[in-house]
Design a protein around this ligand. Structure first.
Ligand code: NAD
Length: 249
């Protein structure tokens, strides 16, 4: 396991699912983790389990991240790691799509990243150290599904943000990378896929859905000292799902 002792980490969307897995993995590696989420009940519970702290953060609220970052800095004096993981993925077919659908998904997945990362990057620049790790998806640039166009656009946008932010902050000792999960067996994915959920694993060469801690391991790697020379990169964590298998001949 990578050693993240004394690291202060923020995980957005950290109350449930993948974010919870990221928080648990970073904690195991020695980091003190701030769970940042709108789900207060689950957030408090997760924070208690990992001996971290919970901050109510709505990533769509322009001033909220600034206030949370201020509070964390007051208490801990630094933020080493931000895992910006918040995201929603409701299925919306193009001909049924409304402007509200578009705005809602864009606001949480992409604009929320802008609001959250801005004050954290400012702090990382001042401390001349930081690790920003974004949760994109294989739907951002490799694959897709019917009903995923708004979502895919946000996840591609996250990759674009990642590469450009990496260039802007490299001279301040800050690396910016992304993880691209395939299908990860969270409660939300189960709800979205319905009957297809159980079939999901069959389409994965490693014959199982991803676990939140599989994504946590990739985030811990990017957060580690060992990954200090890696920036502007994305790591696919999907059990081999995106590689077409050679047909039986
Ligand atoms: P999830 O629903 O389990 O977790 C998302 C978390 O974000 C929840 O705790 C929720 O309360 C929080 N959240 C929602 N809106 C928020 C807001 N406005 N402000 C702050 N927090 C908010 O989802 P998940 O399956 O764990 O997905 C997490 C991330 O991983 C998302 O970005 C998703 O796009 C991405 N992802 C998931 C999968 C998958 O198969 N599960 C695959 C690829 C990428």
């Amino acid at each position: 396991m990578f050693d993240l002792t004394d690291n202060i980490a923020m995980v957005t969307g950290g109350a449930n699912g993948i974010g919870k897995g990221i928080a648990e993995t970073l904690t195991k590696a020695g980091a003190k983790v701030m769970i940042c989420d709108i789900d207060e009940e689950a957030g408090e519970k997760t924070a208690e389990v990992i001996d971290g702290e919970f901050f109510r953060l709505d990533v769509t609220d322009p001033g909220n991240a600034e206030r949370v970052v201020e509070e964390i800095l007051e208490k801990y004096d630094k933020i080493d790691i931000l895992a910006a993981n918040t995201g929603i993925y409701p299925e919306v077919m193009i001909e049924d799509m409304t402007e509200e659908d578009w705005d809602k998904i864009q606001n949480i997945n992409l604009k929320g990243l802008f609001f959250t990362a801005k004050p954290v990057l400012k702090a990382m620049k001042e401390q001349n150290y930081g690790r920003l790790i974004l949760t994109s998806s294989i739907t951002g640039d490799i694959t897709g599904y019917p009903g995923g166009s708004i979502y895919g656009a946000t996840k591609a946008g996250i990759l674009g943000y990642m590469r450009n932010a990496a260039m802007e902050y490299a001279k301040y000792g800050v690396t910016v990378n992304a993880v691209q999960p395939g299908m990860v067996g969270t409660e939300t994915l189960k709800k979205e896929l319905g009957v297809l959920y159980d079939k999901g694993a069959e389409s994965v060469p490693l014959k199982r859905l991803g676990k939140p801690e599989d994504i946590g391991a990739a985030v811990a790697f990017f957060a580690s000292k060992e990954a200090g020379y890696i920036t502007a990169q994305s790591l696919v964590v999907d059990g081999g799902q995106i590689v077409p298998e050679t047909p039986d001949v």
